[in-house]
Design a protein around this ligand. Structure first.
Ligand SMILES: [Zn+2]
Length: 183
């Protein structure tokens, strides 16, 4: 019986994204009133938004003329999730070289391209796809991590115009297909 319990515990550790390993990261700070837990075809498990899109009092961004009180502008949505949570492609897209993104997204971010939008996903590690790959819906593409993130493990989802830069970032919520979970 004890061996069975140990085996189950080990299995839980080996299943990133599973409820058994969804321990909060002590570095997380939630800059939102939204305490809803969400599922999404983009990631395993149920998680909360940590920093929403737009002006934010989170201290990681330079003061932005669009925002009051010297607040910065967050160009994506941060979803807090334990290190190792699985990231899936929820749409068909082409993987593009993310080389020009800069260090704020970590050293191994993902950049997905379509005719209608680009999606930058920051703070990934263990990318399972490479530039030039066509990804299909439901394909495992990377894992969440704290690569480049001072505030703990999470994923940053940033929607841009196709081939566009940071200044083309728009509200990505619809693309994330978030579904509220009743807990
Ligand atoms: Zn972010």
């Amino acid at each position: 019986m004890r061996r069975l319990a140990a085996a189950v515990a080990l299995l839980a550790l080996l299943l990133p994204g599973g409820a058994a390993v969804a321990k909060p990261d002590p570095r997380w700070v939630f800059y939102t009133d939204d305490t809803t837990w969400y599922t999404s075809p983009w990631f395993g498990g149920q998680h909360r938004i940590m920093i929403p899109f737009g002006c934010t009092e989170a201290p990681y961004y330079a003061p932005d003329p669009r925002c009051a009180d010297e607040h910065g502008f967050h160009h994506g949505i941060d979803v807090a999730m334990p290190c190792g949570t699985r990231l899936y492609a929820a749409r068909r897209a082409t993987v593009v070289d993310p080389g020009s993104l800069g260090p704020a997204y970590g050293t191994t971010p993902l950049l997905l391209h379509t005719d209608n939008w680009d999606l930058v996903i920051g703070h990934t590690r263990k990318r399972f796809v490479a530039p030039g790959d066509e990804v299909r819906r439901g394909q495992l593409v990377a894992l969440a991590s704290d690569n480049g993130a001072p505030d703990g493990c999470h994923l940053h989802f940033e929607k841009r115009a196709p081939g566009g830069g940071l200044d083309t970032a728009t509200y990505p919520r619809g693309l994330l297909d978030l579904t509220a979970v009743v807990r």
